[in-house]
Each structure stands twice: as structure tokens, then as C-alpha cells.
Design a protein around this ligand. Structure first.
Ligand code: DX5
Ligand code: ZN
Length: 220
């Protein structure tokens, strides 16, 4: 299993974004997590295609777009055109989940399905054959810097069990409230793609990335 760190630029210093991203890439973060918020599916608004287009040329990292967006199928082509490598949509935000996942694949990207804390892990089972990634939200989506919800661990285990039962190579991503102090808990539960915003960009992104990568590499 590969273990990846996906720093969330939501927590980065936007006056120095290129530098901050490079510090994570230079220290082993092979993904970059791009938290898109529309003010409808989640209360806040973050950023969208123009920012992605601009940062795409500045990094070789896997651009992992997390659409916290109502009816996201409307934007999948636009995120492909802006340079996304993978798009993750929320099960709770899609009138037709299957159609949204099909659209992501039709656009040549990796497909991810995300569930909020209040959504049961069993809800993703019907879509496992249509995704490369399941994102278990460990906070209520909409803001960085929240506290990790402990019940997330059981959900991570449940999704990993489903994948193992099907013999499916599945990336299980976790997002929200992940720090150096609790990352081993989510790794032990079966997660292999770690989103961290505050824990990476709060402080020195190079040092923080190095410390996360040391832990992730010990699981390889
Ligand atoms: C929630 C966001 C956050 C962010 C990471 O909507 O998706 O989870 O990426 O947050 P922290 O700062 O807790 O790592
Ligand atoms: Zn996210």
C-alpha cells in the first residue's frame, strides 16, 4: 500500500502560496489537496478553477480536488480543464452519485467519493467499483482547524474492511483535524492518504511535511 500526504492549501499563507507548496513537494508530499467550498453545500467559500489553473503549473504534485459543492457534476469538466488529477465529490451533494463518478472518469481523472461525519460508511458500498478513493471526513466540512471526530476511526475501519473483502486496491483518505499526534490512529485504522492543513501550514511547512513523511514511510 502506498501512503501519501496531501497538504490542504486551505491553511496555507496565500501571500506566499507557491513557496509554501514547494516546501511540501520538496519534502515528500506527492499530493496537494485543494478544498473547494461553494457556500451552499458548506457554509464557507474558498477558491476554485482560476486558482487551480494558476498553481497547476507550479507543481508536479497530484492535484486532489475535494469538491464541497452542491451538485458537483456541473463543474467536473472545468476542474479537469484547470488541471485536476483527481476529483472527489460528496455523496450528500450529488442528485446522481453514479453519474458524477462516471463523469470524473470520462474526463480522465481519478474519482473519489466523500462522506460527512453524519453519513454511515455503508453508504459508499454501492459505489466502490466506481471509485479509486473514499474520503472519510473527520470533521464537519467547511472549515480548517477543527477537532478530529473520534467516531471517524470506526468508519475508516469499516471502509477498509469493505475494500479488503472485495480484494480492491482502494485509497482511503482522511481529512480534518489530523496532526502528528493522531495520524498513527487513522493509519492503524486503514487510511493511507492523509489530508492535513493546519498541521502542515501552521508553522514551517518543510519541517511539518518531513515529520509526517517519516511516520508515513514507517507504514510502507
Ligand atoms: C474541511 C476542510 C478541512 C481542511 C483540513 O472542510 O476540508 O478539513 O481540509 O483541515 P485541518 O486544518 O484540520 O487539517
Ligand atoms: Zn478536504
Amino acid at each position: 500500500m502506498n501512503y501519501m500526504l496531501a497538504p490542504s492549501i486551505l491553511a496555507a499563507d496565500f501571500t506566499n502560496l507557491g513557496e509554501e507548496m514547494k516546501k511540501t513537494e520538496d519534502n515528500g508530499a506527492s499530493w496537494l489537496h485543494f478544498d473547494v467550498m461553494d457556500g451552499m453545500f458548506v457554509p464557507s467559500i474558498s477558491f476554485g478553477m482560476p486558482v487551480l489553473k494558476s498553481i497547476r503549473k507550479a507543481t508536479g504534485q497530484f492535484m486532489d480536488a475535494h469538491l464541497m459543492v452542491q451538485d458537483p457534476v456541473r463543474y467536473i469538466e472545468a476542474f479537469r480543464d484547470a488541471g485536476a488529477d483527481g476529483v472527489t465529490v460528496h455523496l450528500e451533494a450529488c442528485p446522481d452519485v453514479g453519474a458524477a463518478l462516471e463523469k470524473i472518469h470520462a474526463c480522465g481523472m481519478k474519482a473519489g467519493l466523500s462522506i460527512c461525519p453524519e453519513t454511515a460508511a455503508s453508504e459508499v458500498e454501492a459505489y466502490l467499483d466506481q471509485v479509486e478513493l473514499v474520503l472519510v471526513m473527520c470533521v464537519h466540512p467547511g472549515f480548517g482547524g477543527q477537532k478530529f471526530i473520534p467516531e471517524s476511526l470506526e468508519k475508516i475501519r469499516a471502509v477498509r474492511d469493505m475494500a479488503v473483502k472485495r480484494g480492491k486496491e482502494l485509497n482511503i483518505q482522511v481529512d480534518g483535524g489530523i496532526y502528528l499526534t493522531n495520524v498513527r490512529e487513522v493509519l492503524d485504522a486503514g487510511a493511507n492518504v492523509i489530508v492535513a492543513g493546519s498541521a502542515v501550514f501552521g508553522g514551517d511547512p518543510a519541517e511539518n511535511t518531513k515529520k509526517f513523511m517519516e511516520i508515513l514511510r514507517s507504514y510502507e
